[in-house]
Design a protein around this ligand. Structure first.
Ligand code: SF4
Length: 208
């Protein structure tokens, strides 16, 4: 799917985010609804200037039904504050709205959504972007970045850059905050966290 498809494809008919969320709760556009607990829709004001887009809800988000409420969400919130971005101006969502996982005993391990699942769920992301019409979109990690940009993104090379896809608001590319959680060395994790804050700082270029 290219960028043009993302914004020009069909969208849901809804007058508000609440109505859109209500529709998404019954979505069966792909098979991911069969095993997840619930649809985890985006959260934030309808007049948001910034949409932050992750990959998919995690285990905790799936249970609570809210995006970015786990450890990665805590890093994101703290980093936005450090970057001076008002959380009230941000809407947070995911590329895919159901948790995809592999069951290992009692644990549910994150499993990457495939291209078909991403394409089908784009219906909802497209609808969120159209309703909110933000000034900037922040792609958190490779899945969101590649989908929004319409081509492969190398996060290590492209992070911190703002792209201007046709017919979409500017897209800032950065890491997914869960990446920081996977770094064992504390010094390296702190350094990565500061780089993440620097990336988020770019949002202000567009807002001011
Ligand atoms: S992942 Fe997206 S497209 Fe698939 S069922 Fe859930 S909301 Fe629908």
């Amino acid at each position: 799917m290219n960028t043009l498809d993302l914004i020009e494809g069909e969208t849901a008919i809804a007058k508000s985010l609440g109505e859109l969320n209500g529709q998404a709760q019954h979505c069966k556009r792909c098979d991911l609804y069969k095993h997840a607990t619930q649809t985890v829709f985006g959260e934030g004001p309808e007049q948001a200037d910034v949409i932050l887009v992750g990959e998919q809800p995690g285990d905790r988000e799936d249970i609570l039904g809210r995006p970015f409420v786990g450890p990665a969400g805590a890093i994101l919130n703290a980093s936005l504050i450090m970057a001076g971005i008002d959380r009230d101006r941000c809407y947070i969502t995911n590329t895919v709205k159901h948790f995809k996982f592999t069951q290992r005993g009692k644990r549910r391990l994150h499993s990457k959504p495939n291209a078909g699942e991403i394409q089908r769920c784009s219906w909802w992301l497209r609808s969120e972007i159209k309703l909110i019409a933000p000034k900037i979109i922040v792609a958190l990690g490779g899945t969101a970045a590649a989908h929004l940009r319409g081509k492969t993104v190398r996060i290590t090379k492209d992070r911190g850059m703002i792209f201007h896809p046709e017919k979409l608001p500017p897209v800032l590319v950065t890491i997914h905050p869960s990446y920081i959680l996977r770094i064992r060395d504390r010094t390296a994790a702190n350094a990565e966290r500061m780089k993440f804050v620097q990336d988020l700082n770019q949002i202000k270029q567009v807002l001011t």
